[in-house]
Every structure is written in structure tokens, then in C-alpha cells.
Design a protein around this ligand. Structure first.
Ligand SMILES: [Mg+2]
Length: 113
């Protein structure tokens, strides 16, 4: 998305409910299911591409060339990519939340040491 357009839309945006977000993402996954590739194949590729774009934006930030808005946009794209992966691979918020808790507890212990 064009950065100026993103900035303009962000000013008036409101958060979507989990249900509405899932409906949009599921429709996206189903719209590309033409039988030639496993369902969700394209969205998994998009998720990988968005991870690379976030890496690039972080790099720009560290080189003093990026901006906060670019980071916000690419973080949003990566979160959408994660939601795609959750839907395609049937990973619940509960499971993911617990996995994050395990990692954070390990980080907490590492910080204490
Ligand atoms: Mg992106």
C-alpha cells in the first residue's frame, strides 16, 4: 500500500472484531483456492514476504532511513501473516498465547540471571 494512503486511512481506522477479521482472512484464503495448490499456499508465501518486508523496515530504521509509520505498516502486515498461518494450520489463539507465555517466562528467567 502507498505509504501516504496508509497514513490517511490509519487516522480514521478502528479495530476490527476477531470475528470480522477472521471472516476477511478466511474469504481471502478461500478466494485463491483453485485446486492447483494446497489451500492457503499463496497466503503462506505472502506471510514469508511480509516477514522479509518487516526485516527490511527494521534495517532502514537502524540505518536512520526509516520511519515509525513504515514500522507500523510492516508490523501490521506481519500480524496479518501470522493470522493467516493460524487459520491455515489451525493454531488457536489459546495455543499461540500459551506458546508466547512459555517464551516470555524463559525470557524473564534469562533477564534475572
Ligand atoms: Mg508489507
Amino acid at each position: 500500500m502507498n505509504r501516504k494512503e496508509f497514513e490517511k486511512l490509519l487516522r480514521s481506522a478502528e479495530r476490527l472484531s476477531e470475528k470480522e477479521a477472521n471472516a476477511i482472512l478466511t474469504a481471502s484464503i478461500m478466494s485463491t483456492d483453485d485446486g492447483s495448490n494446497p489451500c492457503g499456499h499463496l497466503q503462506m508465501i505472502i506471510a514469508m514476504e511480509e516477514l522479509a518486508e518487516l526485516s527490511q523496515e527494521i534495517s532502514k530504521t537502524l540505518r536512520g532511513k526509516g520511519g515509525r509509520l513504515g514500522l507500523v505498516e510492516e508490523c501490521a502486515d506481519v500480524l496479518i501473516g501470522i493470522r493467516y498461518i493460524q487459520l491455515i494450520e489451525n493454531i488457536s489463539n489459546e495455543t499461540l498465547g500459551k506458546a508466547v507465555a512459555v517464551k516470555l517466562r524463559r525470557l524473564e528467567e534469562a533477564v534475572k540471571e
